[in-house]
Write a protein that binds this ligand. Structure first.
Ligand SMILES: Nc1ncnc2c1ncn2[C@@H]1O[C@H](COP(=O)(O)OP(=O)(O)OP(=O)(O)O)[C@@H](O)[C@H]1O
Length: 316
């Protein structure tokens, strides 16, 4: 996003988080493998299965962890052990012990004091307001729902008004309503020009919230860019379907003549069909069945797990 001039004056350049050839290993385990990416204002999703290296990547961005190789910079400055970075960045980690006997306001105020802000009380009030927790701010955190706890943690991470906010699996354990509320909050923060990066292993979360996606698998950047492009990559790949119909044997014969079909197997449970891509096959099947006088009872994509999508992206 290019900064727009306001009143003819140029706006300060956005704070970019840049990773150049970044790797991190723990002993023999390579957690992050040669990743290069740039993050700018707006909401970006970091999508990857468990153990892909998302937390390691976020911790390197936040300056908690040194890269074994490569450079991680924020606004051009290395993040590792750099106090300036702590002033410009907030991190909401996945698991964090929160003193639940504190009220929400006290918790955010403690964060403001840690940052040595000039007016900690005013900053805490502003941050609590931003996450819409003012009505509950004087209740102890132990009385909060999972969604409220996450929002108060976001407030604590935002108390010093950072340009960049990193969130590790922020939707874990939330019900759909809480999830929606958090999504709206991140959307608003991103819309206001902050750089927001959140990690997730759930495709739908990323699809709903972010236009830009970085997909990481086994420590490597598997795909990067606009969600629609990535979705296309996923749907234009070979798919396996299980089909059950009123006449599986006749359907198998008819399917063999269909150009989008690359393989058919018949067994007691039905037909297993390999197709070149999702769209052509799912469009062709109903027409073909109709022509042959066969009724399709079930059509189940059998390899829709995120892992198979990821492994396809990695091999691509
Ligand atoms: N301190 C550590 N010591 C040794 N290995 C580690 C350490 N931290 C992470 N790893 C390993 O590095 C890899 C990446 O882990 P990481 O936690 O970054 O992934 P993740 O994508 O955040 O996964 P999850 O969502 O399950 O936390 C995994 O194989 C993990 O076991």
């Amino acid at each position: 996003m290019t900064p727009a001039p306001v009143d003819g004056r140029p706006v300060a350049a956005p704070t970019l988080v840049e990773l150049a050839g970044v790797s991190r290993w723990y002993g023999n385990v390579v957690a992050v493998n040669d990743i290069t990416m740039t993050l700018g204002p707006g909401v970006t999703g970091l999508l990857g299965p468990n153990g892909a290296g998302k937390t390691t990547l976020l911790h390197m961005m936040a300056g908690f962890l040194a890269p074994s190789r490569g450079r991680v910079t924020l606004g051009g400055e290395p993040t590792w052990r750099n106090p300036d970075v702590y002033r410009r960045l907030g991190l909401v980690s996945e698991r964090e012990a929160v003193h639940t006997f504190l009220t929400g306001y006290e918790f955010v105020l403690a964060s403001a004091r840690l940052h040595r802000l000039a007016e900690p009380a005013a900053a805490a009030r502003r941050a609590v307001e931003l996450v819409e927790m003012t009505p509950a701010q004087d209740r102890r955190i132990e009385t909060y729902s999972k969604g409220m706890r996450q929002r108060i943690r976001v407030a604590a991470a935002l108390v010093h008004d950072p340009d960049v906010l990193l969130l590790d699996e922020p939707f874990n354990g939330m019900d759909p309503r809480q999830r929606l509320h958090m999504m709206e909050l991140l959307h608003t923060l991103g819309g206001a020009g902050r750089t927001i990066l959140f990690s997730s292993h759930i495709l739908e979360e990323v699809e709903q919230l972010s236009g830009t996606v970085q997909v990481i698998v086994a420590g490597r950047l598997a795909a990067s860019g606009d969600f629609r492009t990535i979705r296309r990559l996923m749907t234009n790949r070979p798919h396996v379907f299980v089909v059950q119909s009123t006449d599986d044997r006749a359907l198998a014969v008819a399917l063999m003549a269909e150009p989008s079909v690359t393989g058919v197997e018949l067994d007691r449970t039905g037909l297993t069909v390999r197709a070149g891509d999702y769209g052509s096959f799912t469009r062709a099947l109903p027409k073909l069945a109709l022509r042959s006088g066969i009724r399709v009872r079930r059509l189940i994509p059998s390899d829709e797990s995120l892992e198979s999508v990821f492994s396809y992206l990695v091999e691509a």
